[in-house]
Design a binder for this molecule. Structure first.
Ligand SMILES: *Cc1c(COP(=O)(O)O)cnc(C)c1O
Length: 395
């Protein structure tokens, strides 16, 4: 018998019933072993098509060895906040390498991207200020804007006309524009050049979250900003994470030296939290170097994306126009996404269904992610099963 207080029990029961009736219950599936692309779940080997390890670096020997060497030298935990004694020479080297790679004055490392976004918005914005964000921005940017107590306005996806109106309407306090570079559930890219021009025109600080572009896009893997030729003068603050293309864990913010210094002094998600373990910094540093020494990973990923788009088009699989490693196949109802995902699981492919509230109601989807760790034959096999899954699981 449950010992929960009745008020809580009633609420939880109601919420659970509602989720269950709408096919919105989420399940975690423990991986038993394996690295990209093959993982074992429930004793079965599956091809993972829903991870963000875009370059296949999480299992790279150089990355693993760098982490091991750091473990031997520094132990596992960092032991304290960065501002107390948790900061090591590895964190410092990583920040210097990131500043150089991105062509920014300085970089600051955070334990997670969620926390980095908190630091940026909550640290720089407050009452009386305006934060304008794309409607499809990552939840961490939305939460940070809400917590900051600034006026928070969301503009329709990539709608720069509405954004301009919002900025025109706000004549006191500071202004900030925040956007994903590559939108995490859709794979499309924000109109960064235009946003930069609007930011300059309206004296609004442009902040770009390049979690899904960093490592993957740009000639040297420096992300969407490199691809579009946008430097620090165009985008004063950028952030990206180590958890995606770098195959690691953690994040960084890079930009103007004064902004970075201010964040170092004031970020609650930097000061009041344990520094990332030194081995995490060492792994990120090694992965960052691999962006330069193994450009073939980006080339291979690009080829697999082209193959996927061409193959899907030939088979009549409806794509959304994304040109990145994130390829959503929007089905509509949560039930059909759930069923299609289940069918694919039975066929040996792991693609988690993406449902509300992660995406708007009526746009539940399979979000296929491609990585340099996949092989062309695996992509072809996926396309075959995907076509059948969609046929079987129509709305
Ligand atoms: C994953 C992600 C984050 C959060 O990064 P974590 O390091 O996983 O906390 C932030 N922004 C975007 C766009 C992301 O995709």
């Amino acid at each position: 018998m449950s010992l929960l207080l009745p008020a809580f029990q009633k609420l939880l029961d109601e919420q659970h019933w509602k989720r269950a009736s709408q096919n919105l219950v989420r399940k975690r599936r423990p991986r038993e072993e394996g690295t990209l692309p093959l993982v074992k779940i429930n004793g079965r080997t599956l091809i993972n098509f829903c991870g963000n390890d875009y370059l296949g670096l999480s299992a790279h020997e150089t990355v693993i060895n760098a982490a091991k060497a750091a473990l031997d030298k520094f132990g596992f935990g960092s032991g304290a906040s960065q501002l107390v004694s948790g900061y090591t020479i590895l964190h410092r080297q990583l920040e210097e390498a990131l500043a150089e790679k991105t062509g920014r004055d300085r970089a600051l490392v955070f334990s997670t991207g969620y926390m980095a976004n908190q630091a940026i918005i909550n640290g720089l914005m407050g009452r009386g200020d305006l934060v304008a964000g794309d409607r499809f921005n990552h939840a961490s940017l939305i939460d940070a804007a809400i917590i900051s107590r600034a006026r928070f306005k969301r503009y329709p996806h990539c709608d720069t006309a509405v954004l301009t109106t919002l900025l025109n309407q706000h004549n006191k306090g500071k202004k900030m524009i925040v956007t994903d570079a590559v939108f995490s559930m859709d794979g499309d890219i924000a109109p960064l050049e235009e946003l930069s021009a609007i930011g300059k025109q309206h004296e609004a600080l442009l902040v770009v979250d390049d979690a899904h572009g960093f490592g993957v896009l740009g000639k040297s893997g420096c992300g969407a900003l490199e691809e579009q030729g946008l430097g620090q003068a165009d985008v004063p603050l950028m952030m990206a994470t180590f958890g995606k293309a770098l195959g690691g864990f953690g994040a960084f913010v890079a930009g103007d030296a004064d902004l970075i210094e201010a964040l170092t002094q004031t970020s609650r998600t930097l000061i009041y939290t344990t520094a990332p373990p030194p081995a995490i910094a060492a792994a990120a540093l090694a992965a960052l170097e691999l962006l330069g020494t193994e450009p073939w990973r980006r080339t291979k990923l690009r080829e697999l994306i082209t193959q996927f788009i061409r193959g899907a088009t030939e088979r009549g699989i409806p794509l959304s126009g994304s040109d990145t490693a994130i390829q959503p196949i929007i089905q509509g109802s949560a039930e059909s996404a759930l069923n299609a995902s289940q069918y694919l699981l039975e066929q040996g492919f792991w693609i988690a269904p993406i449902r509300p509230p992660t995406v708007p109601a009526g746009t539940s989807r399979l979000r296929v992610t491609l990585t340099a760790g996949h092989e062309p034959a695996q992509v072809d096999a996926l396309l075959e099963s995907l076509a059948i899954a969609l046929e079987k699981c129509r709305n």
